[in-house]
Design a protein around this ligand. Sequence first.
Ligand SMILES: [Fe+2]
Ligand SMILES: [Fe+2]
Length: 198
Amino acid sequence: MEAIRILMDEHQSLAAIIHAIRHIIQEIKLGRLKPDFPLLDAMVNYLDEYPEKRHHPREDVYLFEPLKARTNEGAEVLAHLEREHAAAEERIQKLEKALQYYRDGAPDGLAQFSDAFDAYAEFYRFHMITEEREVLPLLHKYLTPEDWERANQGFAQNQDPLGGTKKSDAPEDFAAIFSKIVASAPAPIGLGAGPYKG
Ligand SMILES: [Fe+2]
Ligand SMILES: [Fe+2]
C-alpha cells in the first residue's frame, strides 16, 4: 500500500533526524561542536512543519477515521494516538521555549534543551511503535479497497521532504538542513565525517 509505504518512510526519516539531533546535542555537550542556533531553530521548525502539521493530520483523516468507521477494535489505542496528535503544538512550544532559554545564555540552558529534546525523542519512539505495531495490522484487516485508494491519494500529498522516496514540492532549505545534520551525525545515520563546518 502506497499510504503505508509513505507512512513508514516518514517514520524512518523522523527517527533518523531525531537521532541526528541528539547526536549534535551530545557533541555540543562534549565541546566538540559549537551551537548553531539558526540550525537548531530550523530543526525545530522542520519538526513542527512536517511530522506535527502534515504527517499526523494525514494519519487522522486517511487511516484512523476510516478504521473507526469499520470497527470498534483498537478504539482505545486510536483515541490515545489522536490525543497525542492533538497535543502537537504543546510539544513544539516546549522545545521552542527550551531552545530560547538556551539561546538566552542561561547556565543550565543546554541541559534544559537536551532534556526537552530527550523527552520529545522518547515520546516519538513510543508513538511510532504504537502506530506500527497496533494500528497497522488493524488497517490491513479492516480497510476496504476504497479506503485504501483514498488513503494512497491523501498520503501522496504534502510528503515529508526528508523522506527517502517522495516527490517533494517542499522548500529546498529543509533538504539543505538535513544534509548538514547528516554530515555531522555518526554512521550509520550520517556520513561519519565529523562536525560540519557550517
Ligand atoms: Fe502519529
Ligand atoms: Fe505516524
